[in-house]
Design a protein around this ligand. Structure first.
Ligand code: SF4
Length: 580
């Protein structure tokens, strides 16, 4: 794809995408941290700071890389960069795309000028997420191209290409990554870096104003582009069709469609699968560029009796096949298997070489388990399923534990009945969600970024006597602030509890957008009552005192705000290390 000039050190998939963006002539990158996407922007921030504050050796190579308040503001900033003619990358985890969905969907209707790439990293298996949503649906919904790399080299190459096609079709391009690629390392062959675009404002401002008359025209233009985008995808080298002769039969007995990492796991098992099939190779299509290459799919399926789909994430390809193919073509994948195999493919969780092997109808690989299913050399003689789980937990001494102790005690004192029916404790996303596990077991709801505030208001509206929203400082700025304005405006009796540890801890200690000392003015500026605004130190020795003060604010029949404050231990450690 590019002139290979240089072998990189081993890079994470995230880092390979970041390097691809730099070499594509990136001018600005924005994002909000979230596993498994965080390392993209961390790499770019480190790169942008090389050679001194904001300075690379050649000033023309300088680019901006910044965390933003949330994914929506990040994407909107990137739209501004594109409007100015330059190239921008936005990074987020899959659920962040929900937050950014408004500018994401509308961005497709604009006259994208500088290339705009949205890198969304999906988390099948929910290693650090609240759902398994598949970002490919968003690209299809927005009618824009999507690239899905299957290794670090493709992450690099496809990121570079994504900027080119964004400028070719004047639409944002989605780069879909998944956990195992984002967080695995390999060296890549890096091409020759391209310079940045000059600053040159978009010429036709009607392409950037989604007033109904312009939006209708722009939407028509987007629909017209679909033919060209479809042709690009149909001839893309990542959409590789292998249609060998069917050994004298009229049709192949089986075709396999893979996408993303599903292709790697299939190939890992291919030798055994061919041996099982007496050497007969199934027809094959690997898909790495979307929209789906319809003609290749039709050719593959017309030449095959049955199709098995191996895709990471939700059954995006499989569902479309079920609407596309004649009923005479059997389809197996996540939604169903064939009688007697192959399939079905696991519906929930990540693909891996073993569950793909099962879906192919192959016996398990010889493993480190002995005949009794016990791990070789395991002194304890434990079977893998008997090994104790290692769920994530708060660090020993974490300030959130002390805050939750006070909240839990206050709730129990306000309503001593089991489950304290008169107290609702709505929590949020961040390290403090780990307070849901024993022994704290305090939060009663955790839904999405910022939901605690709106839910506490709703619970109060519905008649719960003591309604609490528990949210971290960064999550509050991300999506809780607007909920606070609702609560102020409605004058509901609820307590907003901000657990301020001065950092975005869960994703590796990225800075919060504003320092702790500015929270007070921000909250009071939204209309909160200064008489019912408290700042407490989250420390064990203040448990009784903090609980008593908190209880008083919870009993207040209006909106109160209580901040529990103490620096995250990990952030303090990093701060000390950086000073040495
Ligand atoms: S990283 Fe910080 S906030 Fe998170 S659990 Fe550890 S001490 Fe607590």
């Amino acid at each position: 794809m590019n002139d290979s000039t240089q072998q990189s050190p081993a890079l994470l998939g995230d880092e390979a995408a970041a390097l691809g963006a730099v070499h594509a002539g990136l001018s600005a990158a924005y994002g909000y941290p979230g596993t498994p996407s965080t390392e993209i922007l961390e790499y770019l921030i480190a790169e942008s700071e090389k050679n001194g504050a904001g300075g690379r050796q050649n000033p023309a190579d300088n680019f901006i890389a910044r965390w933003c308040t949330n994914e929506k503001t990040a994407l909107e900033a990137a739209l501004g960069v594109s409007f100015a003619g330059r190239r921008a990358l936005v990074t987020m985890k899959h659920v962040g795309l929900n937050v950014a969905s408004d500018p994401f969907i509308n961005g497709a209707l604009l006259g994208i000028k500088g290339g705009l790439v949205v890198a969304a990293a999906d988390d099948p298996g929910m290693h650090s997420s609240q759902n398994e949503q598949d970002s490919r649906f968003y690209a299809a919904f927005a009618l824009i191209p999507c690239l899905e790399p299957r290794n670090q080299q493709e992450a690099y190459d496809m990121t570079r290409e994504a900027f080119e096609i964004s400028e070719t079709f004047h639409v944002p391009v989605l780069l879909r990554l998944t956990t195992r690629l984002s967080h695995a390392r390999a060296a890549v062959r890096a091409g020759k870096p391209r310079g940045q675009n000059p600053v040159e404002k978009a010429g036709d401002k009607t392409r950037w104003m989604l007033l109904p008359a312009y939006a209708r025209r722009n939407y028509g233009a987007l629909i017209e582009k679909q033919k060209d985008i479809g042709e690009w995808s149909a001839s893309h080298p990542a959409n590789r069709l292998e249609l060998p002769p069917a050994d004298g039969a009229a049709k192949h007995d089986l075709a396999v469609i893979t996408s993303g990492l599903g292709g790697n796991y299939y190939e890992e098992n291919l030798a055994d699968f061919l041996a099982q099939r007496g050497g007969r190779a199934p027809a094959r299509l690997h898909i790495g560029a979307y929209p789906l290459p319809l003609e290749s799919i039709r050719r593959l399926c017309a030449a095959s009796e049955k199709v098995l789909v191996l895709e990471e994430g939700q059954p995006f390809i499989e569902e479309r096949l079920r609407g596309l193919l004649p009923g005479s073509t059997g389809i197996a994948g996540k939604l169903a298997g064939f009688d007697g195999g192959p399939g079905p493919v696991i519906r929930q969780g990540e693909l891996d070489p073993d569950n793909v092997r099962r879906a192919l109808g192959l016996a398990p690989r010889p493993s480190v388990l002995d005949a009794a299913g016990v791990l070789d050399g395991g002194a304890a003689g434990l079977k893998p399923e008997e090994l104790p789980g290692r769920p994530p937990q708060l660090c020993a001494g974490c300030p959130h534990a002390d805050s939750y102790e006070a909240i839990k005690k206050a709730a129990a004192e306000l309503d001593p009945r089991p489950g304290h029916p008169d107290v609702a404790i709505c929590s949020d996303i961040g390290c403090y969600s780990l307070g849901a596990a024993p022994p704290l077991s305090t939060p009663e709801s955790i839904v999405c970024m910022g939901a605690s505030v709106g839910m506490a208001k709703g619970a109060a509206d519905a008649g719960i006597k003591y309604s609490l929203a528990v949210i971290g400082d960064s999550t509050f700025l991300h999506s809780g602030l607007t909920g606070l304005i609702d609560a102020v405006s409605a004058g509901v009796p609820m307590t907003l509890i901000i657990l301020d540890n001065s950092i975005v801890a869960m994703t590796g200690c990225q800075p919060t957008m504003i320092p702790s000392e500015k929270l007070r003015n921000l909250i009071l500026g939204c209309g909160a009552d200064p008489e019912h605004f408290l700042e407490l130190e989250a420390k064990k020795q203040f448990l009784e005192e903090n609980c008593a003060k908190l209880k008083k604010e919870i009993e207040y029949r209006g909106l109160s705000v209580v901040i529990f404050r103490r620096e995250c231990l990990e952030a303090a450690r990093k701060r000390r290390r950086n000073k040495e």
